[in-house]
Design a protein around this ligand. Structure first.
Ligand code: PHE
Length: 336
């Protein structure tokens, strides 16, 4: 009897392939109405002298079965977990690929202009955004209380420290340190307390400065024509209108023919065929002298291009604030 049970138990264990099946086997043999339990119960029907040996044998078998079952349970659980780990494997090396970024439209314009200028022998320099009143105004022939200060609504940090309102602040910084011939451009952020669709409290300029012997207004015009034709196309014309800046004399406001209508007149150029692009002029003798450069010997020209404005015209952007909102839908368009 005992041997029969053991044989069939061993057979079932050998075929058993899951924890659930093993549980069934356990119930079948060792459960309350299991086969081995029934055998134990039948002890009372045996003659008294056989009972101890029989009981001992049944208990021995019970112990063996329990051991087999517990070993088997552990083994099956491990197998099951390994199978699960295999099947539900997560490949952590396959991360979602970050989207490819794009250069900001202002950066594109800056790079384009700087490349052009470098090709013409200019050096690219950058200067501080937090500037002193001296370099931003005084050195540029704009003393305190000069009405020209009203042209640029300034963010002051202290009485004498401010956020630069123009990259022209770099002019004196450079002329102070270096001697002519000078051919430099300085791109960077500038700040003015002003905000609407065409004005932002932060915007970008690129300053150009050339100081040498015999530099004339023609050199300025030639350089600007070259830049304009590269930025907006060969057919682009440049015109100078008289203007005023305390640090240039004469001073000009520079317009280019509208790249949208070719000069016929459209909504972009407000029907005039021209778009105002930058301020420029011949470096004022006072500025040269402020920096220790002999104005009888040397002359120079300077210009300041609004790069945001260039980008707006070139890419047809209606509102300057789009540059600063970091809207992915806007920025993505420049990734090509
Ligand atoms: N700094 C002037 C502005 O921001 C532009 C300018 C630069 C004019 C250089 C003349 C010479 O308006």
């Amino acid at each position: 009897m005992i041997t029969d049970i053991k044989t069939s138990f061993d057979g079932e264990i050998a075929r058993c392939a899951s924890v659930a099946e093993l549980q069934d086997i356990k119930v079948k043999y060792l459960g309350k109405s299991g086969e081995l339990t029934a055998l134990l119960k039948s002890i009372k029907d045996l003659p008294a002298e056989e009972r101890p040996t029989f009981g001992a044998k049944v208990n021995e078998l019970r112990k063996q079965m329990e051991e087999v079952i517990s070993d088997m349970t552990a083994r099956l659980k491990t197998q099951q977990m390994q199978r699960q780990l295999q099947e539900e494997r997560v490949d952590i090396s396959l991360t979602s690929c970050p989207e490819r970024g794009a250069l900001h439209p202002i950066t594109l314009i800056e790079n384009e202009i700087c490349d052009l200028m470098v090709a013409m022998g200019f050096e690219v320099l950058s200067g501080p955004e937090i500037e002193t009143d001296y370099y931003n105004f005084q050195a540029l022939n704009i003393p305190e209380d000069h009405p020209a200060r009203d042209m640029q609504d300034t963010f002051y940090i202290t009485d004498s420290i401010l956020l630069r309102t123009q990259t022209s602040a770099m002019q004196a910084r450079i002329m102070e340190k270096r001697r002519p011939p000078l051919k430099i451009v300085c791109p960077g952020k500038v700040f003015r307390s002003d905000s609407d669709a065409s004005h932002s409290p932060v915007f970008h300029q690129i300053e150009g400065l050339v100081v040498d012997k015999h530099v004339t207004l023609c050199d300025l015009k030639g350089t600007l024509e070259y830049i304009a034709s590269h930025l907006f196309g060969k057919q682009t014309k440049v015109r100078f209108r008289p203007s005023f800046f305390p640090f240039t004399e004469p001073s000009v406001e520079v317009d280019v023919t509208c790249s949208n209508c070719g000069g016929k007149g459209c909504s972009l150029c407000k029907g005039t065929g021209w778009i105002e692009l930058l301020g420029a002029g011949m470096v004022h003798p006072n500025v040269l002298e402020n920096c220790g450069i002999d104005s009888a010997k040397y002359s120079g020209y300077a210009f300041g291009i609004g790069m945001d404005r260039v980008a707006m015209i070139k890419y047809g952007i209606p509102d300057i604030r789009l540059f600063f909102e970091n809207d992915q839908r806007f920025l993505k368009q420049f990734g090509k």
